[in-house]
Design a protein around this ligand. Structure first.
Ligand code: ADP
Ligand code: GN1
Ligand code: MG
Length: 356
C-alpha cells in the first residue's frame, strides 16, 4: 500500500495505515504521518461503482463547488491530489484509490448519543442540499443508475427469489412476504417523480449518520462525507435515509428485534433540523410526504439487504453469517413500527412545518 500512498501529495512521512470506520462499501484506511497529519485513504469499490473515473469527476466538481461556498477547511471534504495532479490513483491490480484530508477533531457516530446530535446531522444534510440547489445537475454522472428507484429494487428482489442461487429462500419466507405485501406502495415516490409532482434535485442519497461529521467539542454539524452517490434524486430520499438509520433505537444490525423501534423524539429532532435548514426550498407535497420518505427508504433498504442475502452477500460488506438478513430484519421491524406510529409521524411533520 505504501506504493499507492507515495503517489499522493502528502505532508510528512507515513507511520501507519490501518483499516478505519464502519462503511459497508469502500475499504477505508486512516493514514498517520510522522508530523501528526492524518489522511483518509480509500480503495473505491469498483463492483459497486462501474465508472470510478466519472464518479471521481462528480466528487471533484461537487467538492470544488462547495469549497467556493464555504471556505472553512473542516466544512467540506478535500481531495488530496496525486503527484501527477490527478484526483485518484489506479494501481497495478486495476484498483482505484483516493485520499482525503482527515476531518480533525470530529465525531462520526453510528447512533446519536442525544436528540441534539441527530438534530445537528439534519442541519448538515439540510444545508448540504441547499448549497447544491444551484449545482448544474445535468453535469453529474449517475454513479449507480436507479439507486433509489424502489420499483427496480423490488424487481431485483423478485429476480433473487426466482434464482435463489444459494438456496436461502426457505429461511426468509416471512421477510419475502413482508416485502411483497408492500410492493404497491413502494412505487409512491418513483411515480410522483415520473409525473413531475415531485421535483428532481441534487441529493446526497446516502444520508446515514455515519456519513456526517460533528465537531468533537461543540457537537455541532461540521461536514457531510461519502459523496459517491451525490446525483439527481428526491429530497425525500435524503430525509428518509437519515430517519431509517438514525431514528432507530438500535443499530442497523441489531439481532434482538425487541430493541428496534422508531424513536419519535429523534424523528422530531431530525425533522426540525431538516425543515429549519431547507423548508423554503421544499414544495408542500415534499413536506407532506416526509414520513413516506422515511418509510420507503427503510423498506427499500430492507429489500436491498434481503436481495443481497439471497444472492450470497455480494454487495454489502458482511462481518458474520446472516449479517444481511439481520440488517433486513431491523429495517422491516422499523417499517412495521412506523406503520403503527404513522399518525404521530405525520402530526409531527405538520406541526413543525406550520411553525416555519
Ligand atoms: P463507505 O462508502 O464505505 O461508507 P465512507 O466515505 O463513508 O465510506 O468512509 C467510511 C468511514 O470513514 C466514515 O464513516 C468515517 O468514519 C470515516 N471517514 C471518511 N472520510 C473521512 C474524513 N475525511 N475524515 C474523517 N473520517 C472520515
Ligand atoms: C451503504 O456506503 P455506506 O456504508 O455509507 C449503501 C447505502 C445503504 C447503507 C446501509 C453506495 O452505505 O445505500 O443505505 O450502506 N451505499 C451504497 O447501511 O450502496
Ligand atoms: Mg459511508
Amino acid at each position: 500500500m505504501l506504493g499507492v500512498v507515495k503517489q499522493f501529495k502528502i505532508e510528512g512521512n507515513p507511520v501507519s495505515c490501518e483499516r478505519y470506520g464502519n462503511g459497508h462499501i469502500n475499504v477505508t484506511y486512516l493514514l498517520v504521518c510522522d508530523n501528526d497529519r492524518l489522511y483518509i485513504l480509500q480503495m473505491i469499490n469498483k463492483n459497486t461503482f462501474k465508472n470510478v473515473e466519472a464518479l471521481m469527476g462528480n466528487i471533484s466538481a461537487v467538492t470544488k463547488f462547495l469549497q467556493e461556498k464555504d471556505g472553512e477547511a473542516r466544512h467540506v471534504l478535500h481531495l488530496v491530489p496525486t503527484v501527477d495532479g490527478n484526483d485518484f490513483v489506479k494501481d497495478e491490480n486495476g484498483e482505484y484509490w483516493r485520499m482525503y484530508d482527515f476531518i480533525t477533531d470530529s465525531l462520526c457516530l453510528d447512533q446519536p448519543e442525544s436528540a441534539d446530535d441527530f438534530y445537528e446531522s439534519a442541519v448538515a444534510f439540510g444545508k448540504f442540499q441547499n448549497m447544491l440547489a444551484s449545482f448544474p445537475a445535468h453535469t453529474l454522472f449517475e454513479t449507480i443508475p436507479n439507486f433509489h428507484n424502489t420499483v427496480s429494487r423490488y424487481a431485483q428482489l423478485r429476480e433473487a427469489i426466482e434464482k435463489n442461487p444459494c438456496g436461502r429462500l426457505s429461511q426468509v419466507q416471512a421477510e419475502v412476504d413482508f416485502a411483497l405485501a408492500r410492493e404497491n406502495e413502494a412505487g409512491t415516490i418513483c411515480d410522483k417523480l415520473a409525473t413531475g409532482e415531485l421535483p428532481l434535485r441534487v441529493t446526497h442519497n446516502d444520508t446515514k449518520l455515519n456519513n456526517v461529521m460533528l465537531d468533537k467539542e461543540t457537537r455541532t454539524a461540521l461536514c457531510v462525507i461519502d459523496l459517491d452517490t451525490v446525483m439527481p434524486g428526491s429530497a425525500l430520499y435524503d430525509f428518509g435515509d437519515s430517519i431509517r438509520f438514525g431514528a432507530s433505537t438500535a443499530v442497523e444490525d441489531e439481532q434482538d428485534l425487541s430493541k428496534v423501534n422508531v424513536d419519535l423524539s429523534l424523528f422530531e429532532a431530525y425533522t426540525k433540523g431538516f425543515l429549519g435548514t431547507c423548508a423554503e426550498s421544499l414544495t408542500a407535497l415534499e413536506i407532506e410526504l416526509l414520513p413516506m420518505g422515511a418509510k420507503l427508504m427503510t423498506l427499500e433498504c430492507g429489500v436491498r439487504f434481503l436481495t443481497d442475502y439471497l444472492m450470497g452477500d455480494t454487495y454489502f460488506r458482511t462481518h458474520r453469517e446472516g449479517h444481511n438478513l439481520d440488517r433486513c430484519r431491523t429495517q422491516f421491524k422499523l417499517v412495521a413500527d412506523m406503520e403503527n406510529k404513522w399518525a404521530e409521524m405525520n402530526a409531527i411533520v405538520k406541526k413543525i412545518a406550520s411553525e416555519k
